[in-house]
Design a protein around this ligand. Structure first.
Ligand SMILES: Nc1ncnc2c1ncn2[C@@H]1O[C@H](COP(=O)(O)OP(=O)(O)OP(=O)(O)O)[C@@H](O)[C@H]1O
Length: 488
């Protein structure tokens, strides 16, 4: 990336006047008329609302910057001002070179014009001559792949077709800056993939890209830098992972969850073990203790109860053993769990504290791919609880549920839980791609063969899995192998 600044935003603010009723709006309108007639000062009705407040940042040539923030945080407003389709209230924006923008659906397109007319219109607004558009026209059509619709008015298009045309036009005008406002989310999967690979090619050829996204993965995968807008203010501009972390924590908090991060022990986390090292230590720990392993692995030990025991083949050599099965599940170091607030109405089973730990019960956040880790919770049971059931859910930081299960699904039920405090441990393997993952927990009862939730912890903690080179993108780490075979 060169040091040339392509976008400079300085102390940018955008204010709207918002009215509580149509009447108030009318009063404002009349007051403006009266003040114009009489030359008197205009009386202000309504309230001022700041969609953006005092935003400053710059983007260098060749950089890809992602903007994240909740709905209404000002992302589209910012892009519109940068692209010149909206005026700011205060501050300045300067851009260098040709700016191609994919703002809201069809922005810059006229619904009455045909696709063809819109291509020419749009490209000419961006400074291309007719001859230049002629030379690119076939390529644009090929990329958009909308067939004969190109000769129909845009108002007859589906939203996906508008995106196809808009994207095809934007990338063929050789922009210096490409501005994309979530538009790709509308296209079909195959088209999205085509666009993403074209965006990557444009990144490589030095095009500057400003991208609004709701996907933390997209931010981390595509962007050099992240900007986080919150209620119209820029709260972070920097490393994508830092931005994702802050955004994820805020999301949980704002959606009513109580955010507890498992206490991070700097020494343990700053020297995160390399892949497999934890497993090795775990195996050393269990060597010589094999006869006790099965007993140790019960989540709760009640004489005579056989549920909640992890399967443990007993004929393997120690060197073959996998810590997910063979390392004993130990009680947490109590400092490793974070206390949860008590609520005024408490159900028969409610959480006291929760945390994510390594297999020694030590709080930890960073794990390598395939490391084994544990999500622990102390549950207070206030009455004899027949058929208790525990649930777990793995979520992306965007709140997408990636996996969930319950002890009922795992056929671990029909077990009486005594009043008291019980530590429940879910041991998992980090079979996920690099990135952040959030966990939710639940506890309840099995009633008529169904899991009835008594308590839920929306945010029980998160882990960061360190990315592995060549692993690929996404959530599921499928551990691919590849062969290219000769055929005769
Ligand atoms: N013309 C307007 N009058 C009053 N308020 C407006 C106007 N346009 C936008 N806003 C408000 O400005 C704020 C920022 O809107 P903006 O569309 O930029 O948010 P956003 O982050 O892009 O949201 P989303 O993720 O939903 O697209 C919102 O609260 C919105 O309601």
């Amino acid at each position: 990336m060169s040091s040339e600044v392509l976008i400079r935003v300085q102390n940018l603010s955008k204010a709207y006047r918002v009215y509580s009723s149509p009447r108030e709006r009318l009063q404002q309108f009349l007051s403006a008329g009266v003040s114009r007639l009489l030359g008197s000062p205009e009386r202000e009705y309504g309230k001022e609302f700041h969609a953006l407040q005092d935003i400053s940042f710059s983007v260098g040539r060749g950089e890809t910057v992602g903007i994240v923030g909740r709905n209404g945080s000002g992302k589209s407003t910012l892009l519109q001002i940068i692209c010149g389709t909206l005026a700011s209230t205060h501050g300045t924006v300067s851009t260098q070179g040709r700016v191609a923008a994919m703002l809201e659906l069809g922005s810059g397109f006229n619904p009455e014009f045909t696709g063809r007319e819109n291509i020419y219109l749009n490209a000419s607004i961006l400074g291309l001559s007719k001859a230049e558009v002629d030379a690119r026209y076939e390529d644009i059509l090929r990329f958009a792949d909308i067939g004969d619709f190109v000769n129909q008015p845009l108002k007859t298009y589906s939203s996906g077709m508008v995106v196809r045309l808009a994207f095809a036009t934007s990338i063929h005008v050789q922009p210096d800056l490409l501005v994309i406002d979530e538009a790709l989310a509308v296209g079909d999967t195959a088209f999205q993939q085509k666009c993403l690979s074209r965006i990557r090619a444009m990144q490589e050829s030095g095009v500057t890209i400003l991208l609004v996204t709701h996907s933390s993965n997209a931010l981390i995968e595509f962007c050099d830098r992240g900007i986080y807008l919150k209620k119209g203010r820029l709260v972070m501009d920097g490393d994508c992972r830092e931005v994702v972390k802050l955004y994820a924590d805020d999301l949980v908090e704002e959606e009513g969850g109580v955010v507890y991060s498992a206490p991070v022990r700097e020494s343990a986390d700053s020297v995160a073990p390399t892949s497999g090292s934890l497993d090795k230590v775990a195996l050393e720990a269990v060597e010589g203790e094999l006869p006790n392993v099965v007993d140790e692995q019960r989540l709760e030990k009640t004489p005579g109860e056989e549920s909640m025991v992890m399967s443990s083949p007993s004929t393997q050599k120690v060197s073959d053993l996998d810590p997910i099965d063979f390392a004993p599940i130990m009680p947490s170091a109590m400092g490793g769990l974070k206390p949860l607030p008590s609520h005024s109405s408490q159900s028969a089973i409610h959480p006291i504290s929760v945390g994510i730990t390594d297999i020694y019960g030590e709080a930890r956040v960073n794990f390598d791919f395939r490391d084994v880790f544990e999500i622990r919770c102390l549950w207070a049971v206030s009455e004899l609880l027949p058929d208790p059931c525990f649930g777990i859910q793995l979520l992306s930081v965007d709140g997408i549920s990636l996996w969930s299960t319950t002890t009922l699904n795992m056929d671990m039920h029909s077990r009486l839980l005594e009043p008291g405090v019980h530590e429940v441990v879910w041991r998992l393997r980090a079979n996920m791609c690099g990135g952040r993952y959030v966990f939710a927990l639940g506890a309840g009862r099995v009633i008529d063969g169904e899991y009835k939730r008594y308590s839920r912890i929306d945010y029980a903690g998160h882990i960061d899995i360190l990315p592995q080179r060549g692993q690929g993108a996404g959530w599921v780490a499928a551990e691919p192998r590849f062969a290219l075979l000769e055929t005769c």
